[in-house]
Design a protein around this ligand. Sequence first.
Ligand code: SAH
Ligand code: SF4
Ligand code: F3S
Length: 494
Amino acid sequence: MTKRYLVRTFGCQMNEHDSERLAGLLEADGYAPTTEVEDADVVVLNTCCIRENADNKLYGTLGHLKSVKDRHPGMEIVVAGCLAQKDQEVVAERAPYVDVVLGTHNVHRAVELLHEHQRTGRPVLEILSETVAEDHELFPSALPVVRESGHSAWVTIQIGCDNSCAFCIVPAVRGSEISRPFGDVVAEVERAAADGVTQVTLLGQNVNSFGRDLTLRLRGDDATTGTATAVDPAFLAGPAWVADGARRPRPLFADLLRSVGDVPGIRRVRYTSPHPKDLRPETIAAMADVPAVCEHLHLPLQSGSDRILAAMHRGYTADRYLERLAAARAGIDDLAVTTDIIVGFPGETDADFEATLQVAAEARYDNAFTFVYSPRPGTEAAGLADAAVPHDVAADRMARLRTVVEHSSRQDHEARVGRVEEVLVEGPSRRDPQRLTGRTRHNRLVHFAADEPMRAGTYATVLVTGASTTNLVGDPVEVLAGPAHRTRIPVSAG
Ligand code: SAH
Ligand code: SF4
Ligand code: F3S
């Protein structure tokens, strides 16, 4: 009988994309998907540790899974991802019924480790301290993948992070920054487009530093061999880097945006996240010039206080951030801006927080992911416990910040009423299946009447008739293009 698997994802898009790869590896090994834990022979939890509640969620879920496993003794539990990378053997100590633990540098080994467990009957732990695999294994997009959606694809352009934001655990669990070869990214997008994908989201922790290491690699090859590199420089660093004329010190993220945006069949290009300190004029120009690149910029602020920004090691001041944002708004017509903000970083005073409110109001965010600071053991800020902001103060600041953000969200959304927007249909609305849900180029959620059936992946225009802080509502105008992908037919039990 066909064995079944279920992957549950916690955390960010990197993890969601790793989960697609875990699913791809399991399906290549003969497993079929299920959505019910009770039916699963293998349950993979792909974990996050960005904040403490992410930790708690995992151990809560594991507790629940134990009771399922007690009823289905053959079931195997795999813990993967950032929290496994951080906690290592602690996972087995806290949850001894877990069968396989793997980290962020060896996702490609998931099935082998599962087989090892099946062979030996013993728990398997494999955590690597850094990535040792070849390029094709290193980048999640390069392995077999079961995409969650037929029309949209995540494409990893960079793994790891070389920044050292004082609050952040990501560099510790994802390792140092490695850019994917330019030609590999473009080839991946071309393959996705050939499968009918029309929207791609380029993924990296700091996409604007894409390419820095690629030219170092070219120079390193030159230095060791004394000749031209064995790798085609255009493949590694992109056509703009090797073009006649002045060579850039390194390929730019902007070059990649242009090349990806030119791939036939790709109607929308998104990316996340650029670091404000590295947001270059070239990126803004590419966003303005390339029709496929959506007019949406996610620019994490974290704090509006220069003192706190310095303590966080963010590398910009509030004024610098606002200048870059103004340049982006001036360069890109009708730009929507979203952000991430942390409240209650150690030592944050009322005046610091007021500065954050001020910047948030000035930035006119369309939406913001707001977080109460959560100390992560091993990060620099975790050593600042003496300066911790009391929880009730942080909660109060969060509520005030939400008011400011929601004010600009509502204004931005209301300004769309009466306009016709292009919407990429995602499917029936969860709350009201009679309606359809989709996203505008600004990434705003739109619910609209389903006069005619539209499959996920359809592009349609919608007249916006109403707005709230969270979404737009509207009426369909016309279908622009049907979905280009084939619908996946679920495999039934064998
Ligand atoms: N590389 C991305 C951020 C990835 S983490 C970037 O630099 O934009 C996503 C968000 O989680 C961060 O932007 C930050 O706002 C939040 N975050 C990270 N560590 C946190 C912590 N210890 N406590 C609270 N929020 C945190
Ligand atoms: Fe974390 Fe900063 Fe790197 Fe983003 S840029 S992943 S916040 S260290
Ligand atoms: Fe979480 Fe890891 Fe992403 S810690 S936010 S899943 S990089």
